[in-house]
Design a binder for this molecule. Structure first.
Ligand SMILES: [Zn+2]
Length: 292
């Protein structure tokens, strides 16, 4: 028994030597790979935010739309309301989630009565400086007929428009000059990395108030007060440094050339609604614009 056991042990030693040498030079067996972590899901692309700047003369009307939300900022003069209604029909938009009247000058509220009488509107936001004018009276009557009560914005108000966040900045009031224009609601829209700024007809006192608190740059600027130059125009342009600027002007009431020059010096691409309607698209990571 002992001999057989010794012989078997020797055979095992020889086998170990034979195969042991070979296995020493072979690569170590690869460790079983750990299961690869699941790749992070691609972030969902943002829906496009489109801004349509109507060619409404020296008057404002801006339609902001996402896949299923719509916001109208101002309505142009009386007589332009039907153009807005027609455009909404062409686009298949039956409802405005929100209508903002930045202030009550006729080139902003004039077309509102027609829009309110023809289109379902979810919410109306307005400035706090009513006017004794026929355009204002017709707007108030149209609100009543539509069963709507406008909300006068006196504190910063925020709401969502699809993927975008809108902030409505109210005027402080107590302006010495140009009370109606200076009472403009200022609307900022943040869409991903893009920032769009709608300044209404803000003049120097309102711009001073705004710039004292807000110093962020923007991708798109609705230039205040139809591109009229004021003491604070350069300060605004230099601070917000827009990539794209739209001026609502007409042949009869053109923008001031020095405002356009300053915008261009700041690197902005400038569009004038007196040359046609403008469509601006924000993807959330960049803004582009073109004449329609
Ligand atoms: Zn105006």
């Amino acid at each position: 028994m002992k001999k057989r056991a010794a012989g078997l042990a020797l055979a095992l030693l020889l086998m170990a030597g034979q195969f042991g040498c070979a296995s020493a030079s072979a690569p170590a067996p690869a460790p079983t790979p750990a299961p690869a972590p699941a790749p992070a899901p691609e972030p969902e692309p943002m829906e496009t935010l489109t801004v349509h700047a109507f060619s409404a003369g020296a008057a404002d009307a801006f339609l902001l739309t996402t896949e299923d939300a719509a916001l109208l900022i101002d309505c142009g003069e009386k007589g332009f309301g039907k153009e807005i209604v027609r455009y909404l029909e062409d686009q298949g938009i039956e409802r405005l989630d929100c209508l903002i009247i930045t202030h009550f000058d006729k080139d902003h509220v004039g077309g509102a009565a027609k829009v309110l009488s023809e289109v379902e509107v979810g919410q109306v936001l307005q400035s706090n400086c009513p006017k004794d004018s026929s355009a204002y009276k017709k707007y108030v009557e149209a609100l009543e007929e539509a069963g709507l009560e406008a909300q006068t914005v006196t504190q910063t108000l925020r709401f969502s428009l699809g993927d975008a966040q809108c902030v409505v900045n109210p005027p402080a009031g107590g302006y010495e000059k140009d009370e109606s224009n200076n009472s403009s609601l200022i609307v900022t829209v943040t869409h991903g990395e893009d920032r769009l700024l709608f300044m209404g007809d803000a003049e120097d006192e309102r711009l001073t108030e705004y710039l004292a608190v807000h110093r962020d740059s923007c991708d798109f600027l609705k230039v205040p007060h139809h591109g009229r130059s004021g003491k604070l125009s350069n300060a605004l342009i230099d601070t917000v440094s827009p990539k794209i600027a739209v001026i609502t002007s007409s042949e009869e009431e053109p923008e001031d050339g020095d405002v356009v020059s300053r915008l261009e010096q700041a690197g902005a691409q400038v569009f004038l609604t007196r040359e046609g309607a403008v469509t601006i698209e924000s993807t959330g990571s960049g803004v582009t614009a073109k004449y329609d």
